[in-house]
Design a protein around this ligand. Structure first.
Ligand code: HEM
Length: 486
């Protein structure tokens, strides 16, 4: 306790850290930040400015909330501020696991570069993403068939979308429907179990770990969070254990599969089973929920905004015509569809603070000192609703992107849903293929109705922030086919 109080007073007197709300002794600003942090911190930024500091227990956190602050943090000082802050709950906080992490790698060192390059070659490069087109098409076709069979019935589209994204990912990583979601969307036992386990996992990661507020108590795991996360991890790992063992067995017998997948490439470089398990889980967590959440938001925005939906249908009518089932290549060059996706990502960035960064060295940003070890957050939610940058910022208006040239590729700092700089999302290109394709198929194949045929403009758009920014209520809709399937 004396240590915490001393630390508190020492930090209060240290010069020129960014301004912020007065912290309570011991707990700091913990209670002021509370639940919907993106909204609360956006409000505080209006008082304290583009870069501010808060304290969570003994931890100093700096928050950037404007495009200029983001450019300073992610471009000018990227080399000092792109380490990762990790909760003690996270398995990657152990050095053994961290060594083979990508998104959770503590530092941007040679090992992190190596792991990113392995992932780039097998998953993220233009060539790799193009070669996955058939997998995406097969999975989306499954989804369309599933929805045709449920015409006129109420369908939980949040689950269906998550299933199609998960299925695509397991096929890209292992060349198999690992969770048994294949044909019966949402009905596979393993699929439901996986989704439930990852939900519990994310809940645990979102739970405040007292050790993060007061690192001095780390090591005791007094809330049992680390233990619970380990148990869930082990349960998830057993789901793909059989495939991993089979592959190892094949390799030891000199059998080389004709069609190599990502798992083959990890075995090829000699990673242990434990490292492969953690890396695969990381990729599932980083790549599936974000993509599914984005699709659900875009689709919800379109359902709610009849004008945008009909403009999009006009674009499909002109550019795609009346094809029974559309291909991924059909939707590559549709400006209005792209504008709808950008606009939805602006209003609902799935990772509103990016992943937490950390200062690896003391540096000066916008004339303030950011001490070594400080956690650094970027409030992209606040930035993409900044009224000095975006006219009528809360309105869904895809047209604003049509001739603007603003893109999410990390160069336009007022709009960075995928981040920017060395920690920028490497899965951007994968997501940029998947999201428009799923949305296009849903819009092109079906007319959609709310339960009870309510007015679509009444669709509830409440959000909930729990590490990611999701739609609070599931998107329940009734599909009616626009055309017959062959
Ligand atoms: C619409 C979908 C997606 C969005 C909005 C998104 C957004 C983000 C954001 C904001 C970050 C953190 C950047 C930072 O900390 O500065 C990130 C990191 C990351 N994303 Fe994505 N992402 C998406 C899809 C994907 C996909 C499909 C994958 C592939 C599996 C993926 C893999 C990763 C990885 C591995 C990192 C960590 C990079 C690092 O720290 O070096 N993401 N993503």
């Amino acid at each position: 306790m004396i240590f915490v109080i001393k630390l508190y007073f020492r930090r209060r007197t240290s010069a020129a850290i960014p301004p912020g709300p007065y912290p309570w002794p011991v707990i700091g600003n913990f209670l002021q930040v509370g639940k919907n942090q993106h909204v609360k911190l956006a409000g505080m930024a209006r008082t304290y400015g583009p870069i501010m500091s808060i304290r969570l227990g003994s931890r100093l956190v700096v928050v950037g909330s404007t495009a200029s602050a983001a450019a300073e943090i992610l471009k000018t000082h990227d080399c000092h501020l792109s380490a990762r802050h990790l909760s003690y709950t996270h398995p990657a906080s152990s050095p053994k696991v961290n060594q083979y992490a990508v998104g959770f790698a503590r530092e941007c060192n040679e090992q992190w570069k190596y792991m990113r390059s392995i992932c780039r070659a097998g998953l993220f490069s233009t060539k790799a993403v193009q070669s996955q087109a058939k997998i995406r098409e097969a999975n989306v076709l499954n989804m369309v068939r599933y929805l045709h069979a449920r015409e006129g019935q109420l369908v939980n589209m949040s689950e269906v979308v998550l299933d199609v994204v998960l299925n695509t990912m397991t096929n890209i990583l292992f060349s198999e429907d690992v969770f048994g979601l294949g044909l019966g969307f949402g009905s596979g036992r393993k699929g439901s179990e996986f989704k439930e386990l990852t939900r519990q996992y994310l809940d645990l990661l979102a739970t405040v770990n007292l050790a993060d507020l007061f690192p001095i108590i780390n090591g005791w795991d007094i809330q049992g969070l680390q233990k619970k996360v380990r148990i869930i991890n082990d349960k998830i790992f057993t789901m793909w254990q059989k495939i991993l063992h089979q592959r190892r067995e094949q390799r030891s017998q000199g059998i080389i599969r004709a069609q190599q997948d990502f798992l083959d490439s990890l075995l090829e470089i000699g990673l242990t089973e434990n490292h492969i398990n953690h890396l695969l889980l990381e990729l599932f967590l980083a790549g599936t929920d974000t993509t599914a959440t984005t699709i659900v938001w875009v689709f919800s925005d379109l359902i709610k905004n009849k004008h945008a939906m009909s403009k999009l249908r006009d674009e499909f009518a002109t550019k795609i015509g009346n094809e029974a089932v559309i291909r991924e290549s059909d939707v590559m060059d549709l400006p209005y569809l792209q504008a709808c996706i950008k606009e939805s990502l602006r209003l609902h960035p799935p990772i509103p603070f990016l992943l937490p960064h950390k200062a690896i060295q003391t540096c000066k940003v916008m004339d303030y000192t950011i001490p070594k070890g400080t956690q650094v957050m970027i409030n992209t939610w606040a930035m993409s609703r900044d009224p000095s940058v975006w006219a009528d910022p809360t309105r869904f208006d895809p047209d604003r992107f049509l001739d603007s040239g603003v893109d999410f590729k990390g160069k336009d700092f007022e709009y960075i849903p995928f981040g920017s700089g060395r920690r920028m999302c490497p899965g951007l290109y994968m997501a940029a293929r998947k999201v428009p394709y799923v949305v296009a198929c849903l819009v092109h194949e079906f007319d959609w109705f709310l339960p009870g045929y309510e007015d679509p403009s009444e669709l509830d758009m409440d959000e909930v922030y729990l590490l990611a920014l999701r739609k609070k209520k599931p998107l329940d809709l009734i599909p009616r086919a626009c055309k017959k399937m062959d």
